[in-house]
Design a protein around this ligand. Structure first.
Ligand SMILES: Nc1ncnc2c1ncn2[C@@H]1O[C@H](COP(=O)(O)OP(=O)(O)OP(=O)(O)O)[C@@H](O)[C@H]1O
Ligand SMILES: [Mg+2]
Length: 463
């Protein structure tokens, strides 16, 4: 789990997201509270419920962006799901509980990687042994060796070889191993036996029938019944090393432990970001139609947020302490359109502010991945240097605000279309500017965009 303090979390978010300080603070506090709770004595720990958050704000002001950045720094199982993709139980689509299964999958992956970090050396050695065996199969004469612990290398520490043939063989082995380690044999082709990952088609037919919803993996069930299948294939020594290392790493991993830790971590520090929650708001209207199902989705989500047990293929997961952060534009609906029980489970509300020209200018310039930096890097691959002057940035930001006001307010997303239109010619003819500098100042911005701006209709479609 992340040990960052709220201040540090906000600082990290600041690198990518401009403004929205209030939302950043609330999110940071919620994250920190996960850590604080872990430090409590057990009796108290169970009492502390996570303070779920709803972020409300117009389109394109950074809600999803905050989630994406948060996921990088959370160091906890984190998933972002669109509430709109779930359907009521019984309808075609994903049922709500699948979000918990997905979260657990993330945790499993995370813990597996963590545990495997300590095993890479052992896996590397095991793979090397297997390759050595292929390159230089143990001579049949040393049949007794087979009775020693399976490690073929153990022959080296065994009583010194007596016959000259054995001494010679040991020496060859040493030379070969040295070459192998130095990578001199990487290009050589050998034949290896590896686990066969390919699935018979019949089982693939099965696995599409929604069993995944139950958390059952037919494929795995079958593969546990049947002995692991192997196949032989040709590979260079370099490839073989990669493949076998991976395989040995899997063999060495204690999956039971991975699952146990993953469930624990999911339950205690998992975070689910429920995006587009406004899309499921709205009570069922008497007329029926899709709205009825929306309310059904809310009812299905409720127990998960409230704390319940979800059955997964790894075992039951309790959701009582999973943190939920919801976000929605709430253009057509209001938070009060959610069913009251669900509203109650999101005690913290935070509004994100609409963005204005001064924000747009900063968004163009400051974030580490700002649009201008992206275009500069993309064009640099073709030897073009792109320079956008300060007054050009100001002008672009004004245009962005103007178009947002005149047509629809889509927030910072508008910058993408504006920049794309501005740089279309340069992007198209980048080769012509090779090794040159493209300078864009305010006048140039006006020259390229004013025609479109003057016509409301044009700007509606193009910008
Ligand atoms: N405050 C901001 N700082 C930096 N970039 C931003 C900001 N707000 C939005 N952006 C940029 O605008 C784009 C859209 O933002 P985002 O996906 O967060 O919108 P949203 O708030 O989730 O909107 P929606 O309600 O439509 O889902 C992102 O690619 C992001 O780069
Ligand atoms: Mg979004």
């Amino acid at each position: 789990m992340s040990t960052l303090t709220p201040r540090e979390i906000v600082a990290e978010l600041d690198r990518y997201i401009i403004g929205q300080d209030n939302a950043k603070r609330k999110v940071a506090i919620a994250m920190r509270n996960r850590w604080r709770r872990q430090q409590l004595p057990e009796s108290l720990r169970d009492e502390v419920a996570p303070k779920n958050i709803i972020m409300i704000g117009p389109t394109g002001v950074g809600k999803t962006e905050i989630a994406r950045r948060l996921s990088r720094i959370a160091e906890a199982p984190f998933i972002k799901v669109e509430a709109s993709k779930f359907t009521e139980v019984g309808y075609v689509g994903r049922d709500c509980e699948s979000m918990v299964r997905e979260l657990l999958e993330v945790a499993v992956g995370m813990i597996r990687t963590e545990l495997q970090e300590g095993l890479t050396e052992a896996a590397r050695e095991a793979a090397e042994r297997r390759i050595m065996e292929i390159l230089l199969p143990p001579p049949p004469r040393t049949a007794q060796r087979a009775f020693r612990p399976s490690d073929p290398d153990s022959g080296d520490e065994a009583p010194a070889p007596t016959t000259p043939a054995e001494t010679a063989e040991a020496r060859t082995r040493d030379i070969l191993r040295k070459k192998l380690r130095e990578g001199q044999l990487d290009g050589r082709e050998i034949e290896i036996e590896m686990r066969d990952a390919a699935t018979p088609t019949m089982m693939q037919v099965f696995s599409n029938t929604g069993l995944e919803e139950m958390g059952v993996n037919i494929q795995e069930m079958f593969s546990r019944l049947a002995p692991p299948r192997t196949k032989r294939r040709a590979a260079t020594v370099g490839e073989a090393r990669r493949i076998l290392e991976q395989e040995e790493l899997q063999n060495l991993t204690d999956m039971d432990r991975v699952v146990r830790l993953a469930i624990e971590r999911t339950e205690n520090s998992g975070i689910i970001f429920l995006d587009e929650i406004d899309k499921i708001a709205g009570r069922g209207t008497p007329g029926g139609g899709p709205d009825v199902s929306r309310e059904g989705v809310q009812r299905d989500i409720l127990p998960i947020v409230e704390g319940s047990t979800v059955i997964t293929k790894y075992g039951p997961v309790h959701t009582d302490h999973v943190l939920f952060i919801a976000a929605g534009a709430f253009h057509m609906t209001k938070v009060s359109d959610l069913i009251p029980e669900l509203q109650g489970r999101f005690p913290i509300r935070v509004e994100l502010a609409s963005l204005e020209a001064k924000d747009f200018a900063r968004i163009l310039r400051e974030p580490q991945n700002s649009l201008i930096k992206q275009y500069q890097a993309m064009l640099a691959t073709e030897g073009v240097t792109l320079e956008i002057s300060d007054d050009a940035v100001e002008r672009l930001a004004q245009i962005c605000q103007q178009v947002n006001e005149q047509t629809e307010n889509i927030g910072a997303r508008r910058l993408h279309t504006i920049m794309e239109t501005l740089l279309e010619d340069v992007s198209f003819d980048a080769v012509q500017y090779r090794d040159g500098v493209v300078r864009i100042d305010a006048a140039e911005v006006d020259r390229r965009l004013s025609g479109i701006l003057e016509s409301r209709d044009l700007s509606r479609y193009i910008l």
